[in-house]
Design a protein around this ligand. Sequence first.
Ligand SMILES: [Zn+2]
Length: 387
Amino acid sequence: MKAKSTGDLALVKKMNSYIVLNSIRKHSPVSRAQISELTGLNKATVSSLVNELIESSLVLEIGPGASSGGRKPVLLLFNEKAGYAVGIDLGVNYIRGVLVDLNGNIVSERYERLKQQRRELAFDALTANIDALIAEAPESTYGIVGIGAGAPGIVDQEGNILFAPNMKWREVPLRTMLHDRYQLPIIIDNEANAGAQGEQKYGAGKGIRNLVYLSVGYGIGSGMILDKELYKGTSGFSGELGHLSIDFNGKECSCGNLGCWELYASEKALLEEASKLGFEGLDELLSAAQEGNADVLKLFDTIGRFLGVGIANIINTLNPDCVMIGNRMSRAEEWIMPALQQTVQQRALSFHSEQLQILYAELKEHSAVRGAAYYAIDRFFEQFKAI
Ligand SMILES: [Zn+2]
């Protein structure tokens, strides 16, 4: 048998270093002895890897922790300020950007309405947002480690937006466009996938095995976590539940189909009906509901029922632990929930809905932007891992 090459040894070392780093990220503050216990690596290996991680600025040492007797251990802390990432939620009519540290905590945020969907104008607004966030990043060892963005449409694995019907975009190579400008790792995904990921990492989805996250904003997108992993389908295109047909001869949709779910249950559907009553914008509607306006309450009730119809289909298909309502409509929880729950109860098969929870996104309108930032952080740490 051939002796192990140094290549193999380097690989093992890299893997172990990644394991040690992850255990510090997860359990920080933690001692070298605890890491050795947690990882099963011997103390000498842990010590040498920790020293390298300290040199690389990803780990800091802090003063002695509590001791159960004997010498007090020095504790190790993950240095979340060693670098920063940018997360972008590109909505149909807004851009939200955040600068986060390596633990995903928001350091700075910029939000603006997107008045024009024309590709060049939207790209200018997007880069202005990113430039401003990058300019606000504190000094750090790794600087900006990457940019993650969620977009409202079908995104392929190369980061091209193939089709964003509500933006009227086709074939926009967003990843390449951003990479050309920033020369940084860029990750583009559908905004609902990013939202599902954000809630799973930082919000109400923590620890849930099978979760369908619905991004109910201008349209309806969905992100699925199946067996704790984001499910993206064969080509990365899963999750167009907004275009589930719910009315055979229904309204015409921008996707070319008739009777799509999002035409009846999205914020756009709500605002169309609201404008007939002289209301403009979700904020105005929410305060009218608060004041008990009967017409507005009825509107929310109708949206709740339409949401319930689609959700019943999802429950019957996937039997998830949880369906989560995210994005802007999550703000209307109080007003849509009774009708939504009643409809689900009437329409979903009872076996499927027994264990089911309907939850609202904990991060509210920040689910997608934090998920997008997480993509960039995750990509940064991937480089410490052997393939
Ligand atoms: Zn459609």
